[in-house]
Ligand binder design. Structure first.
Ligand code: FEO
Length: 165
């Protein structure tokens, strides 16, 4: 049986993963409307992955005798200044998610919940991958600058990343 304290923290993480999914969906919509179909595909896929992260925690919490709860979420941003600024926001958000996972790990160690600690290892690994993927995209965007040709090329790369990851 999971402790109240860990259950509460997992419910907070469920909220954050759902919020992440909506943030990336909103970004994907903006990209699609602005004519970046590759970036849109990449972000739609990322949004799906966040939904999967959310579900993974929901299932775990219910399985351990807890009760996963959904709650109201804040409105995600609808407009972005540029593709580069948008991906800077993605990275900022992923760092926030990483910190939140680290806090959860810390709590599990404190209360000696080794089962949840073990469950969270998957998320620790996932955050390393996600941060490095987004950093790679930002590096490319930095190289391209605002040049139309460069952005066109990066959008194509994002389409193939979305298809192959
Ligand atoms: Fe579920 Fe991108 O963190």
């Amino acid at each position: 049986m999971i402790s109240e304290k860990v259950a509460k923290a997992l419910n907070e993480q469920i909220k954050l993963e759902e919020h992440s999914s909506r943030i990336y969906m909103s970004m994907a919509i903006w990209c699609e409307v602005q004519g970046y179909p590759g970036a849109a595909e990449f972000l739609y896929k990322h949004s799906d992955e966040e939904r999967m992260h959310q579900l993974k925690i929901v299932k775990y919490l219910n399985d351990r005798g807890g009760h996963a709860k959904l709650c109201s979420l804040e409105q995600p941003a609808l407009e972005f200044t540029s593709l580069k600024i948008l991906f800077d926001e993605v990275l900022k958000h992923e760092v926030l998610v990483t910190n939140s996972i680290n806090e959860l790990v810390h709590l599990c160690m404190e209360v000696r919940d080794y089962t949840t600690l073990n469950f969270l290892q998957w998320f620790v690994e996932e955050q390393i991958e996600e941060e490095s993927l987004v950093k790679g995209v930002i590096d490319k965007l930095n190289l391209a600058g605002e040049a139309k040709g460069g952005l066109f090329h990066i959008d194509k790369e994002l389409a193939s990343l979305a298809a192959n990851t």
